[in-house]
Ligand binder design. Structure first.
Ligand code: DX5
Ligand code: ZN
Length: 229
């Protein structure tokens, strides 16, 4: 008999539009219609040393995207802003634990606005102090690069954290998704899946490919064959 803790994991691919052509974002979203989500990196030039896009652009993208938006907020004061991204039409809103003053209230505000709520953890941040947040979120994002830029090298030392998050989720018998973001490619996705990730952000590996739908299918197949299920 199966229990929630033995439910098979389903691989989900979330291409990051950070690696796409910002002059043609609607078209670039159209190229990933076979993906599960579209990952949108919101950077404020304070929490990370880079600046991308904000609420008005997310609202415009949500109106045309063929897949739901997975917004990754790399911003200060997410307590103030996170729910607005849900209201703008994002299907999932992720904020960093390092930036949030009250992560429980912020997660609840996202869910109250109708989106999935998620917390992100930077490479130098330990997961253990935040384990109690599992009762408040739908996904945990384990960063596999320092947030701020696409195209960086995968940090394999973060796989232990992926494993720890997945084990904590299993112990609770919960269905929380575990996402990895940064340097995820055909070469690294198998190790992420083996460690317990089930949602995979990939920027350069998708938008840098000659055949985008084929790259998405290949990543999904590789993840599926390594999932720790
Ligand atoms: C980095 C961003 C990532 C980035 C990933 O701060 O959070 O989503 O776009 O890009 P790749 O897949 O190229 O490492
Ligand atoms: Zn991201």
């Amino acid at each position: 008999m199966s229990s929630p803790s033995s439910t098979s994991l389903v691989p989900r691919i979330s291409p990051s539009i950070l690696a796409s052509d910002f002059a043609h974002l609607a078209d670039e979203l159209g190229r990933i219609e076979t993906a599960d989500w579209a990952h949108v990196d919101v950077m404020d030039n304070h929490f990370v040393p880079n600046l991308t896009l904000g609420l008005p652009v997310v609202e415009a993208l949500a109106a045309v995207s063929p897949v739901p938006l997975d917004c990754h907020l790399m911003i200060e004061d997410p307590d103030r802003w996170a729910a607005d991204y849900a209201e703008a039409g994002a299907g999932s809103v992720t904020f960093h634990v390092e930036a949030a003053a009250d992560p429980v209230a912020t997660a609840r505000s996202i869910r109250a606005a109708g989106a999935r709520a998620a917390v992100a953890i930077k490479p130098d941040t330990a997961f253990a102090p935040y384990e109690e947040l599992l009762g408040e979120v739908d996904m945990v994002l384990v960063m596999t690069v320092e947030p701020g830029f696409g195209g960086q090298s995968f940090m394999a030392d973060q796989l232990a954290k992926v494993r720890a998050v997945r084990e904590a989720v299993r112990r609770r018998g919960s269905e929380i998704w575990v996402q990895v973001d940064g340097g995820v490619s055909a070469e690294t996705i198998g190790r992420c899946a083996e460690a317990g990730a089930d949602v995979f952000v990939a920027g350069s590996a998708v938008y840098g490919a000659d055949d985008v739908p084929a790259a998405i299918a290949d990543l999904r197949d590789r993840a599926r064959s390594h999932l720790c299920g």
